[in-house]
Write a protein that binds this ligand. Structure first.
Ligand code: 13P
Ligand code: 13P
Ligand code: MG
Ligand code: MG
Length: 376
C-alpha cells in the first residue's frame, strides 16, 4: 500500500506591497529558493509558492503527517526569512502575522493560517486549493455547505451513488474552542443554525460518509482571539478533494459564482462580496478590496503537484466579478454605516474602542437637559 501523502497549505502576511494590496516578488523568490533547498534535502516531495493579495501561500506535500514539527518549522523559517527581506524593503506590516518571536512545536496559535490533510492518493487525485484575502476564517462556511450539502449546487448528491450518502461536517466553535460533528443531509438545519454565524462557528473539516475519507480542510485561526487585539486578519485557506466520491471540480467551484458577503474588507472592519479572481487579479486595491478568492487546481502524482491551473481565470466567472463590483459599489455608499461596517460587537478587536474611550467623559445620564449646554 502506498504511503499516505500529507498536503500542508500554510500562509502568512509578512509584509504588503503596496500597503495591503499585494505581494513583492522578492518574497516569493526567497520562499521558492528555501523550499527548493528543503525539497532537495528530502523533507518535501513537492511545493508551490503563491500569493493572494498580501498573503504568501505555501503548498507543501510530504509524508510526515499533519501538525509535523519539521514541516511547520520549515514554513516558519520561510516566513521569518521573507520578513527580513520585507523589513529591508520596508514593506507594509512586515512580519504582521508572526505573533511569536520564535517557533515552538507547531504553527497552532502562532499567527500563520494553515489547513492540512493526510490521505492515500487515489488513482487520480484532483484537488482545489483556495486562498482568500481581506476576509477571515468562516468565509468558507457558505461555499463548503453548498459544495457538500446543497443538491442545487452539487448534482452528484442526487445522481452519484458515492455522494448520495452525504457528508459529515466538523464545526469549530472558535470562542469556546470545541467541535461538533453534524451529518448532511439529515442534520442540515442543525448545521445551518451554527454555520450561518461564521464569525463564531467555522467548518474545519468535511468527511465522506460513504468512505470516511477526508474531503475538505480549512484554516480556522482567529488572530484577534490569539493576540487579544486587532493584528490583521486571518485571510484563510481551504483544501478540497474532487471527483469520484467527492464533488466534481465544477461543483466545487460553482458556489463562488455567487459573490457572498464576508467580513474583513478595509481595516478588517467591513463586509464585502468575495470576488473570485485569477491569481494575477488577486490584488485588492479598491478600498483595499473587495475581498478576493483564488482557486489553484492540481492533480497529485505520488505527492508531486501537477499544476496549478488557475481555476477562476475563466470567463464563466466574469459575471460573478461584475456582480461583486455592483455589490461593492452599493455597500460603499453606506460609508461608515452598518451593515457595511461590521456590527459593534465585532469591532471589539479594532481600534474603534479607543475612540469611545476618548469620548467616555463626555457622556451624561439620559435625562432631558435643563440647562443649555456649551456648543459641541
Ligand atoms: P468525464 O465524463 O469527462 O469524466 O466528466 C464527468 C463529469 O460529468 C464532470 O462533471
Ligand atoms: P490584511 O489582513 O490582508 O493585511 O488586510 C488588512 C486590512 O484590513 C487592510 O485594509
Ligand atoms: Mg496586510
Ligand atoms: Mg491579507
Amino acid at each position: 500500500m502506498a504511503e499516505p501523502i500529507t498536503l500542508s497549505v500554510i500562509k502568512a502576511d509578512i509584509g504588503g506591497y503596496v500597503g495591503h494590496s499585494g505581494m513583492h516578488p522578492a518574497l516569493m523568490e526567497a520562499a521558492q529558493e528555501r523550499l527548493e533547498f528543503a525539497r532537495r534535502q528530502g523533507d518535501l516531495i513537492d511545493f508551490h509558492v503563491t500569493a493572494c493579495g498580501d498573503d504568501l501561500g505555501l503548498v507543501l506535500t510530504h509524508t510526515l503527517g499533519n501538525d509535523n514539527e519539521i514541516i511547520h518549522k520549515l514554513a516558519w523559517q520561510v516566513f521569518a526569512e521573507c520578513t527580513d527581506i520585507a523589513k529591508e524593503l520596508k514593506l507594509y506590516g512586515a512580519g504582521q502575522d508572526l505573533l511569536s518571536d520564535a517557533f515552538s512545536g507547531n504553527m497552532k496559535g502562532m499567527g500563520p493560517g494553515y489547513a492540512e490533510m493526510t490521505f492515500e492518493e487515489r488513482p487520480a487525485e484532483p484537488i482545489i486549493i483556495f486562498f482568500a484575502d481581506k476576509t477571515s476564517a468562516g468565509a468558507w462556511n457558505l461555499p463548503l455547505y453548498r459544495m457538500f450539502a446543497d443538491p442545487f449546487t452539487t448534482a452528484g448528491l442526487v445522481i452519484s451513488p458515492e455522494l448520495h450518502q452525504g457528508f459529515c461536517f466538523v464545526v469549530l466553535d472558535v470562542k469556546e474552542n470545541r467541535t461538533i460533528e453534524l451529518n448532511a443531509p439529515e442534520e442540515i438545519y442543525d448545521l445551518l443554525a451554527y454555520i450561518g454565524s461564521p464569525g463564531r462557528y467555522t467548518i474545519s473539516q468535511v468527511y465522506s460518509r460513504a468512505t470516511g475519507d477526508i474531503a475538505a480542510a480549512s484554516s480556522t485561526q482567529r488572530l484577534s482571539l490569539i493576540a487579544g487585539k486587532y493584528v490583521g486578519k486571518d485571510d484563510p485557506v481551504c483544501i478540497v478533494r474532487s471527483q469520484s466520491q467527492f464533488p466534481a471540480v465544477g461543483e466545487i467551484l460553482e458556489p463562488f459564482a455567487t459573490p457572498h458577503l464576508v467580513e474583513g474588507w478595509m481595516r478588517g472592519s467591513h463586509h464585502g462580496p468575495l470576488m473570485p479572481v485569477s491569481v494575477a487579479q488577486a490584488t485588492p486595491s479598491r478600498f483595499d478590496g473587495p475581498p478576493r478568492v483564488i482557486a489553484l487546481g492540481f492533480q497529485l502524482a505520488q505527492g508531486r503537484l501537477i499544476g496549478p491551473r488557475d481555476m477562476f481565470d475563466d470567463p464563466s466567472f466574469d459575471e460573478a466579478r461584475h456582480q461583486a463590483n455592483l455589490i461593492a459599489e452599493y455597500l460603499r455608499r453606506h460609508g461608515p454605516f452598518e451593515p457595511h461596517r461590521l456590527p459593534l460587537a465585532d469591532m471589539e478587536y479594532t481600534t474603534l474602542p479607543q475612540i469611545g474611550q476618548k469620548l467616555e467623559h463626555r457622556w451624561r445620564d439620559g435625562k432631558d437637559k435643563e440647562e443649555p449646554v456649551a456648543a459641541f
